[in-house]
Design a protein around this ligand. Structure first.
Ligand code: FAD
Ligand code: SF4
Length: 510
């Protein structure tokens, strides 16, 4: 039977059971499409990384003897529309059955179900064989529970998959080493340069430009750093184990103006495109730990495993549990617009300048920059979560809706009303000062609440608490902050709020 098997740009899993057999009657379909490049404005490095990875994947499949139908972005016969493309391929190749893998994005899931119902041939859907969990495993795990605590889910995952376990006991006799993993980076150990593949992407870049795709952000056409093949992804993983893992946990929450990547793995694109699986990342890291137990402490490894076995799977489960309503949530009724400096990096706030400029230059910021600097600012300034989501979805190399949206709208903006975070991730300048060297070189004074040189995060923080105090009045985790708010002298609070409103009404001036 002649089959057409669709592979989306983030379904580049070479180990999938589909590829075990080479069959002349099976056609694999990969296509670069305007439908995907245009639904949000993407960073240029993201578009390049996906196209390059898809092309390399196609080459690998063909080298193994598989038949591939590949449509480049500027191909004459590329209809730039998935349904039309599938219909064309079915007709031109006498296809009798259409198969696809479960998309991770709700939009594409719906679209493919519709396409299948419109096709006149048999269809079948397969698992991607990528994640540890199925789409519904988290919902089943938390059935009947009010609080969906990540920690509970993560411990269950550790036990179920026997990761860092000695019998029923976690290695190191502790589940959580977060308290050890909050060091400020002061240059104690040099940070190894990031793994860079120095690839020449001039040709694909030219095609993207010729196609008229609107993108943003910077790119170095002959020095492209991201991995775009499975072999390159494995090199990044190996580099992480050897060079970065020994300090990953220690500095995972730290920020430094001279170090864009610190000890972070930069593996999110490799995993989100499915060129490597979370299981092989976790297994490789754990095996490296056991082989180097004398030099790497458990807190570094547990901190890393928690991100993948815990957070990544948890976030995916929340997405499928809550969609499609999740994408509409705006629990705090925020409605302001993003300032222009999100597209230019031009702001006097040193922490924001570094985090945003780095995002525009590298299509990357690490977790704490995303959460406690940029996300903190957008929440404190009460920006509409749709605008925040669109920016995050466009800017980061690893941004695919299933992982971007619960992190942004949920964890960072509290727009889901606390499904993910038990309290909003907001802070004044003091947290940024504690975890980074940004404040020392800032135009603003981190200690001041008002005056021309006052750190904007300070007045914004107290103003946010004051404006949202009704909403949070029954939240026990907010009690301490709200008690501190009550102690502020009314006249001082008035001045703080005046300052905050000045900032909110003219963010680009700050
Ligand atoms: P490392 O710090 O080395 O961590 C290792 C891996 O753990 C990551 O590669 C990632 O796969 C996983 N991980 C860590 N934290 C999370 C998390 N909260 N959710 C899911 N996986 C996690 N991650 C994305 O992959 N895509 C996104 O679009 C995305 N958007 C985010 C938006 C916001 C507002 C926040 C706060 C976080 C977001 N994250 C997102 C999670 C996290 O910031 C990135 O996964 C991480 O920064 C990627 O860099 P890394 O590979 O160097 O990660
Ligand atoms: Fe950011 Fe305020 Fe520190 Fe400046 S002083 S870097 S604005 S936290």
């Amino acid at each position: 039977m002649k089959k057409l098997r669709l592979l989306l740009g983030d379904q580049l899993n070479e180990a999938h059971s589909w590829f075990e057999e080479v069959n002349d009657d099976t056609f694999y379909l990969l296509a670069e499409m305007r439908q995907e490049t245009d639904y949000v404005k993407h960073h240029i490095q993201k578009v390049v990384a996906f196209f390059m990875s898809m092309r390399n994947f196609s080459t690998t499949l063909q080298a193994k003897g598989h038949r591939v139908l590949y449509f480049e972005i500027d191909a004459q016969n590329n209809p730039q529309n998935l349904e039309q493309l599938i219909k064309n391929c079915v007709q031109e190749n006498g296809i009798e059955k259409f198969e696809y893998q479960l998309p991770d994005e709700y939009r594409l899931d719906q679209l493919l179900q519709n396409i299948c119902s419109n096709l006149q041939i048999a269809t079948e859907v397969f698992d991607t064989e990528h994640f540890y969990t199925s789409r519904t495993e988290l919902s089943t795990f938390f059935e009947g529970k009010k609080l969906l605590l990540m920690e509970n889910f993560y411990r269950n995952m550790r036990k179920k998959h026997h990761v860092l376990m000695q019998g029923a006991t976690p290695v190191g006799n502790q589940w959580n080493f977060d308290a050890d993993n909050r060091k400020k980076y002061k240059g104690e150990v040099p940070v190894p340069a990031e793994k860079n593949f120095h690839a020449d992407v001039t040709a694909v870049l030219q095609q993207i430009q010729n196609a008229g795709i609107t993108t943003f952000g910077a790119i170095k056409p002959t020095d492209f750093s991201w991995p775009t093949s499975r072999a390159a992804c494995l090199e990044v993983l190996d580099y992480f184990c050897r060079k970065l893992l020994p300090y990953f946990g220690d500095y995972e929450d730290a920020m430094h103006t001279d170090e864009k990547f610190l000890f972070h793995s930069r593996l999110s694109f490799a995993m989100n495109s499915k060129m490597i699986s979370p299981k092989e990342v976790v297994d490789t890291v754990v095996a490296h730990y056991w082989a180097n137990e004398n030099t790497i402490s458990i807190s570094q490894v547990e901190g890393f495993v928690r991100q993948i076995l815990g957070w990544r799977e948890y976030i995916r489960g929340i997405y499928w549990k809550e969609m499609p309503n999740y994408s509409q949530m705006n629990a705090l009724n925020n409605s302001n617009s993003l300032p222009d400096f999100f597209w230019t990096g031009k702001t006097k706030m040193n922490c924001m300048q570094h985090a945003i400029q780095q995002s525009l230059d590298e299509a990357y910021a690490h977790h704490i920059q995303r959460l406690m600097v940029i996300g903190n600012f957008t929440l404190l300034t009460q920006i509409h979560p749709d605008e925040v989501d669109a920016w995050y979805l466009g800017v980061y190399i690893d941004a695919i809706e299933w992982v971007e949206m619960p992190n942004t709208r949920g964890m960072s903006q509290y727009a889901d009303g606390g499904i993910i975070a038990t309290k909003p991730y907001v802070s004044s300048g003091s947290y940024i000062n504690k975890m980074s060297n940004n404040c020392a070189k800032c135009h603003y004074n981190v200690k001041d609440k008002f005056g021309d040189k006052a750190c904007p995060f300070n007045s914004l923080y107290w103003n946010f608490l004051d404006e949202k105090k009704e909403y949070f009045k029954d939240n026990q985790r907010m009690a301490m902050m709200l008690n501190l708010l009550k102690k502020i002298d009314p006249e001082e609070l008035y001045r703080i709020k005046l300052k905050a409103n000045e900032i909110i009404s003219n963010m680009d001036a700050y």
